[in-house]
Ligand binder design. Sequence first.
Ligand code: AMP
Length: 202
Amino acid sequence: MNIVLFGPPAAGKGTQAKILEKQRGLIQLATGDMLRAARKSGSDLGKKVAGIMDRGDLVSDEIVIALIEEQLDANKGAPGFIFDGFPRTVEQAKALDGLLGSRSKKVDGVVRLCVDDNVLLGRIQKRFTDEGRDDDNPESFKIRLGNYHKQTAPLLPYYAKQGKLSEVDGLAEIQTVAASIASVLDMQKQAKMPWWKRVFGN
Ligand code: AMP
């Protein structure tokens, strides 16, 4: 099963992806984590993206698509993936469909964590103080939030048209959000089962 966890920065996607990894054995692919690792390693890629990330802008589609492709190839036997922070543009979503399609896979479901911008600004202030991420300072966060509304939110109709989009309240307690995601995914799984399996079981 391949799931896209969708929502603005600081909506809790990373936390929920880790819970899903444990519960379902899926692999989290978080482009933000990959880019931060590249920066930490001092690689050319890391140097190239550092300024863009600190400003709160999106790095190029080409870079993140290549990172995802690399991870799909490195985890060929995985039962599925949780895409966290990717795709962030319609171009990326189309590329993901292509990458999965060429491996006889697809995006099975998209779960949107619905949150309020003002609550996020409060969260980010706390994360900035606790974790010290350079791109979490409130100024660049506002740019990240703006980019989400401008470039990433247009993906919602893209997935809604395909009947893949579900929404959960992202402002509830972590375990409540996790339970909502689990029930959405279980319902999607059941809906895809042939009717006799739903009625009589395996
Ligand atoms: P995140 O941890 O997902 O919020 O990502 C941190 C930063 O990495 C973002 O503000 C972007 O600069 C960059 N980034 C992460 N994922 C993507 C993506 N899919 N497309 C473009 N830039 C990304």
